[in-house]
Design a protein around this ligand. Sequence first.
Ligand code: PNS
Length: 158
Amino acid sequence: MKAMYPGSFDPITLGHLDVIKRVSKMVDELYVVVMINPLKNYFFSLEERMRLIEEATKEIGNVKVDKHEGLLVEYAKKNGINVVVRGLRAITDFEYELQMANANRKLFPGLETVFLMTDEKYSFISSTLVKEVAMLGGDISPWVPKVVLEAFKEKVRR
Ligand code: PNS
């Protein structure tokens, strides 16, 4: 079975990586797909976001990192994927996720969205929080893969 894990990944956090590791054990192939929204401003470029995911997941054999601009369902159809995976951190995630899951199922009947409860260690981590703390000089090392820590240091140095 194939599954996709879509997101902005700006940048990948240990919360994302935890979901990726757990799902990779449940499926044959996991497509981690960086979704491109032309209206959104990202901190890391598309290439950087993809490279950071590739490096953070290089030990996991069945993970493929890809990108997509447009509807999630189009990517799923094109690649023969029927399962979308998302992490749920808290109740506050629920409404948005329910909306997306229902909209996607309407757009592509048969597409299932499966949720993994984020490990409680990472339940408060988000890419937004990580960026804010990093920019204000706080230590983000417990929350992100090493490559992401290096990438922030590199950006701040410049
Ligand atoms: O990491 P994020 O920002 O929570 O991920 C949200 C994402 C990228 C999965 C969502 O915005 C998305 O699927 N965008 C692609 C466009 C699309 O298909 N929109 C309709 C889904 S309801």
